[in-house]
Structure formats: C-alpha cells, structure tokens
Design a protein around this ligand. Structure first.
Ligand SMILES: [Zn+2]
Ligand SMILES: [Zn+2]
Length: 417
C-alpha cells in the first residue's frame, strides 16, 4: 500500500491522507484556516471512499471539492456528518461575504451529505479488502479513531485523527486500538497541558473577578466541542444563570443534544443548556453587554461571528477570555500579542485585558506516548503537528525501537499492509 500525504504533514491544518491500494481511501480532507486565505490540501487522484474522523474544519472543510465529477462514499459517525454540514455551510457564507470566492458550491455540499453513510462506534463496515471500525477518540462529539483491517492478512492500520486520553467534562478517554501501522496526531508532541482542574480554577476565578467588577467576561469559543465544555464548566460552578450564548454554538449544541449517546454526561449538558440565556436578536446582545455577565460566543479565534460585535463594545471593566489555541495571523493571536485587530477591513485597538486558558481537546505529549506504547505498532507515522513536533516525536520513537516516520507535504510512503 502507498500512503500519500496531501496535507497535515509537518503542519496542523488541512489533514488529508490517501491510502492507495486496489481501491483508494482518503482519510480526512480539511482546510487550513486562520491564515490570510484558506489553504487547501493537494488534489488526490481517484478517490473511491473517504473517512471523516471528525467535523473540525481542518479535517472536513475541503470534502465538498471532491464532489465534482465523481461521487465517493463518505464514512463517519452521525454527529460528524451533522457538524461538518453546519461548519461547511457556514464557511460558504463567510467566503461569499469576504469575496474570497467559494471553493465549492451548495450543490457539492449536498452531494457530500447524500453520499455520507454514518456508523456508530464499534460497528464494522466492509469496504473493498478492508473492514473499517470507528472507536471513540475523546476529542469532540462523534470524533473517531479509525481502524482499517486488511481482510486478506489481518494487518491493522489505525488513524487516530485528533484524540485525547485525559477526560473532559463531556468527553471520555480515547479508546486504545492495537495496530501494526499507527498514524498519530502530534499537535502537542513536545508539550504537556496544564492539569484541567488547575485551568478550570484559574478560569472561574477570573470570571468571578470580572463579574465582581461589574464587567462582562467575553468567552470566544469554537462552536463544536469547546462551547459546550465551557457551558458545562460554568454550570458546575453555579455561573450559568449569568451566562449568555450566542452564534453558531447554539446550533452546534442542538446537534449534540440530538445525539446523547455521543455525550459523556448528557444530563450535565442538558442542565447547562436549560439555564443559559440564548441571545436571539440585537436587543439580546445589548442586554448581554450591559453586564455583569458572561458571553459565550463564536468565533473562537475572533475571526468572525458575533464575538466581533461584542469585542468592540465591551465596558472597560470587561475581560476577553480565550479558550483555545490562537493560530498566527488570527485576531485572537493579535489580541494576545497586544496588536490591533482587523475587523470589517478596519484596524481596531482593543484596550480590554485578554488571557488564554488551555482547554485543549488534543492529546498531550504524555497521551501521545501512552497511545503509541499501548497500541504497539511496528510503524508509526507522525502527522498533524508542525515539523518540529512530528520530527522530534519520530526521533524519540525510533530510540524506543519503532519504525517511525515524520512525512512532509507531498511525500509518498510505501508500506507493508
Ligand atoms: Zn479537531
Ligand atoms: Zn485537527
């Protein structure tokens, strides 16, 4: 078998890996966001089917471009389908607004959705010479670790997608799957995350302090996963009554609630959603801004959505609390670096204090090594990390006796499968 690295090799974003055999199977087809223009993966040759590990845009965003002349079948979980459709449709709206021109049409999104066949975790599906099974990745609702088993010889290739072993409020641990070839995400291959309880404590203390000062805690969040985690944390800390929810996170939460079997603590999410105030219109936004209060809204890197409406209208007592990693070039990164923001083609200096809290849903360095050792492959392919991370992981794994490899964009790897 040959593995072609069309994206996500030596970089985070635009994950895209083509497994070439009798039939060609594509693992994810995402877009790199946050930079000036979205970056697409290399164009694959023939694709017979694609696996969608989870809905995040860096794994799903380019899928509709495949639905031009051919119509490959797509496999993933039900939440992955619904969240991808939401995020991809939203991206179409944004690119039209920004006149960057859509890379695909509404019709192509429809074709992708029509060709999507959903499977629950642990339910094997037959494709060509393979049996394919999804396992819980512990990253976001419906995120999957994919096992591809060759029916001819029993060899097992495992693609982790994005995963996390340490538990979150609404996600359990990633399931460890035994493999011969392991393709593992390396986002934080050289970094530990601070303990989740410590991060939560600091976050809650800062929220309370802002409320005590009469200000607004503006909490920009990614719509899928992070927003719901933050709401669960606010509920647990008796702060949900003072919390407003705005933007795409509302629709995303609806989808999560429709698939409770993919939520670790369904009751917790339901209680949080029952007690949060949903912002429905302009008046709602004005009320939320009056403070004291907490506003949970999209976009997580301040590159669009209602977060931009709020960020320029905050009272001096208010604070901006970023809950995810801020990619270089995004407004969120600029804010943390003390630089002015780009909003509607204008440069705006924001004076409110801003802080970053590491609520990462990715594997830490400890998680990655634990996964590799327990999965126990012969070959490890280190992907979804910048070159420094993937190369250092591969080097370390070689010293432990693994045949480890950190591919570059466009590389082809021939492997026994
Ligand atoms: Zn992800
Ligand atoms: Zn990712």
């Amino acid at each position: 078998m040959e593995i072609q690295f069309l994206g996500g090799a030596g970089e985070v974003g635009r994950s895209a890996f083509l497994l070439k055999d009798e039939k060609n199977l594509l693992l994810d087809y995402g877009v790199k966001v946050g930079t000036v223009k979205p970056e697409y993966p290399l164009v694959p040759g023939r694709v017979d089917a694609c696996i969608v590990s989870h809905a995040h845009f860096d794994h799903s965003g380019a899928l509709p471009t495949l639905y031009n002349h051919s119509l490959p079948v797509a496999f993933g979980t039900r939440p992955t389908l619904e969240f991808s459709e939401l995020l991809i449709e939203d991206s179409l709206g944004i690119s039209q607004k920004q006149h960057t021109g859509p890379a695909f049409t509404k019709g192509q999104i429809k074709s992708f959705v029509n060709k999507f066949v959903s499977y629950d975790y642990h339910v094997p599906l037959d494709f060509s010479n393979y049996e394919i099974t999804f396992y819980d990745a512990g990253h976001i609702f419906g995120s999957a670790i994919t096992l591809i088993e060759n029916k001819r010889n029993g060899r097992r290739l495992v693609y982790t997608g994005d995963f996390k072993i340490a538990q979150q409020e609404l996600q359990g641990s990633a399931e460890i799957v035994h493999s011969d070839i392991l393709m593992v995400e390396s986002t934080y291959a050289t970094r530990s995350h601070p303990d989740r309880a410590t991060t939560t404590k600091a976050f809650i203390e800062d929220v309370r302090e802002t409320l005590d000062n009469g200000g607004v805690a503006l909490v920009p969040c990614f719509a899928v996963g992070r927003a719901q985690e933050i709401l669960a944390i606010l509920y647990r800390n008796n702060l949900i009554d003072q919390t407003y929810l705005d933007g795409m996170a509302k629709k995303a939460t609806d989808i999560a609630l429709r698939h409770p079997e993919f939520v670790k603590d369904k009751q917790l999410l339901m209680s949080a959603m029952k007690n949060v105030t949903w912002v429905e219109d302009h008046q709602g936004r004005t009320t939320a801004l009056d403070g004291p209060g907490i506003i949970v809204t999209t976009a997580g890197m301040l590159n669009g959505g209602p977060a931009l409406h709020y960020v320029t209208r905050l009272s001096p007592q208010s604070k901006i609390m970023l809950t995810g990693y801020q990619v270089t070039g995004t407004n969120g990164r600029k804010l943390l670096d003390g630089r002015p923001l780009e909003i509607d083609n204008e440069t705006r200096k924001i004076k409110n204090p801003a802080a970053y809290y590491d609520f990462s849903a990715h594997a830490s360095t400890e998680d990655i090594y634990e996964y590799v050792r327990k999965s126990n492959p012969e070959t490890v392919v280190c992907i979804h990390g910048d070159a420094e991370n993937t190369e250092s992981l591969a080097e370390n794994l070689k010293t432990e006796g693994y045949d480890a490899y950190a591919p570059k964009l466009g590389d082809k790897l021939t492997t026994q499968f």
